[in-house]
Write a protein that binds this ligand. Structure first.
Ligand code: PLP
Length: 475
């Protein structure tokens, strides 16, 4: 593709995306295709000769778009949001076009230095402890996902509790333990499997039945029992905004216990953490100053397209010592000077994209005020939605909802959980809105997660009306 062809097709792609965004609201939120339909719409054989680009955009319209669930749709209320905004898409396009691979400072100093600065900016915007900033013993890095953040936190924790022995000796079965609540995202269990300590190393903390927050008393019991049995507590993971219900663990109490037993405290604030851009929501940071590591995802609720997990550590040496291997072919004078950051030592892969570019574009475009408005709007909409649920005798709220996730259930009738299942299926099949579910204290719960950039009050109201209209009556 020559530069002129690139320019022509590039304009067409941007036009296509701008049109897509403008017509999103007319599309069903949840894809209506059957399994295999998308694949059957495309040739089984790869092209023998080059085909140009125009046909790809035509296939995009006719085959791919019907097979999309539209995450940017204003009536997307499922899972958690995954925002893609103009500035982040353009920032990402620039990163793709530059095509640099910033595994070492030396392989593109600007990629590393912009990333370090963006993580420092974000730490300031979220009012995170100064000890996470790069001018301290800590620092920040962009990980692919919150799951990667949990994994590297675990590897750093194993390094620290073993005095570095895990790097050479591996992990003996049954020796190390990890603690987190039953509300915590499954990525912590996956991290245990990948790190080789296995699911058996994971201890699930009981939660308070009202707040769904981890009970520190249970953590204290488990830590004492494991130590008495000769095992080593390695990691405690606290959730700030757990996936199912948005539960917030008491970070300070969990951290104090973790540290008493020499364990690492990681905070998973993948969805909720970015809410701290608003001063009035900074209470969610309580206790974070005691954390060894912390992550939040701008790619969920902070206007930045996937992938962009911000991950900070209070002591970068534990992370770097755990992950650094310097083969001959990567040696260079900048690394050996010790004066630069090589982000390859902060993550699982060697190679890395220039993800700081899109974060830079987002932070510059919106500024602190724009980010705050975005979060405040969703929090206010969620509070209004929760008030409708609370006022309707056919429904009940199942969990605290201080941010933009409302978890509720159908009440009454012979089998309210089955009624809840049916109404959710009907709403999603209608294409008018897309919501997902969880289970809270044994109850089938519908989750309303507000966070799409395009969502207005009328979309939230329409979703509520669809839920009420499609609620099956008593048979
Ligand atoms: N942690 C929490 C609290 C989450 O809600 C999620 C995903 O929704 C994750 C971790 C995993 O996120 P990622 O896709 O970035 O690995």
């Amino acid at each position: 593709m020559s530069p002129e062809e690139f320019r022509r097709h590039g304009y067409a792609v941007i036009d296509w995306l701008a049109d897509y965004s403008a017509r999103l609201e007319s599309l069903p939120v949840l894809s209506q295709v059957s399994p295999g339909e998308v694949r059957d719409g495309l040739p089984a054989e790869p092209p023998a000769t080059g085909q140009g680009f125009d046909g790809l955009l035509a296939d995009l319209d006719s085959v791919i778009v019907p097979g999309l669930t539209h995450w940017q749709h204003p009536s997307f209320f499922a899972f958690f949001p995954a925002s893609a905004t103009g500035p982040s898409i353009l920032g990402d396009l620039l990163a793709s076009g530059l095509g640099v691979q910033g595994m070492l400072w030396a392989t593109s100093p600007a990629a590393t230095e912009l990333e370090t600065l963006m993580l420092d900016w974000l730490a300031r915007l979220l009012d995170l402890p100064a000890g996470f900033r790069s001018d301290s013993a800590g620092g920040g890095v962009i990980q692919h996902s919150a799951s990667d953040a949990a994994l590297v936190a675990l590897v750093a924790a194993l390094h620290r509790v073993s005095g570095g022995a895990t790097e050479t000796d591996g992990v003996a079965a049954g020796r190390f333990c990890v603690y987190t609540s039953g509300q915590t995202h499954s990525s912590v269990e996956k991290a245990c499997r990948i790190a080789g300590i296995g699911t058996a190393a994971l201890r699930k903390l009981d939660v308070d039945p009202d707040t769904l927050a981890a009970r520190p008393e249970h953590l204290a019991e488990l830590l004492a029992a494991d130590v008495a049995a000769g095992r080593t507590p390695a990691l405690v993971v606290a959730s700030v905004g757990a996936t199912g219900t948005g539960a917030l663990d008491p970070v300070a109490e969990l951290a104090e216990l973790a540290h008493r037993y020499g364990a690492w405290l990681h905070v998973d604030a993948a969805w909720a953490g970015v809410a701290a851009v608003c001063e009035e929501l900074r209470w969610i940071n309580a206790g974070v100053e005691l954390a060894d590591s912390y992550c939040t995802n701008p790619h969920k609720w902070l206007l930045t397209n996937f992938d962009c997990t911000a991950f900070w550590v209070a002591d970068r040496s534990a992370l770097i010592s755990a992950l650094s291997i310097l083969p001959e072919y990567l040696r260079n004078s900048a690394t050996e000077s010790g004066a630069v950051i090589d982000y390859r030592d902060w993550q699982v892969p060697l190679g890395r994209r220039f993800r700081a570019m899109k974060l830079w574009a987002v932070l510059r475009w919106y500024g602190a005020e724009g980010l705050q408005q975005h979060i405040r709007k969703h929090v206010a909409l969620a509070q209004e939605f929760a008030s409708w649920v609370a006022a309707d005798p056919r429904f009940e709220l199942l969990a605290p909802h201080p941010l933009a996730l409302v978890t509720f259930a159908v009440k009454g009738g012979d089998d309210p959980d089955e009624t809840g299942r049916r109404v959710l299926a009907a709403v999603n099949a209608s294409g008018k809105a897309y919501l997902t579910h969880t289970v809270v204290n044994g109850r089938y719960a519908i989750r309303m997660a507000i966070g799409s950039v395009l969502t207005e009050r009328r979309h939230v109201l329409a979703a509520w009306q669809a839920i009420c209209e499609l609620l099956p009556g008593e048979d």
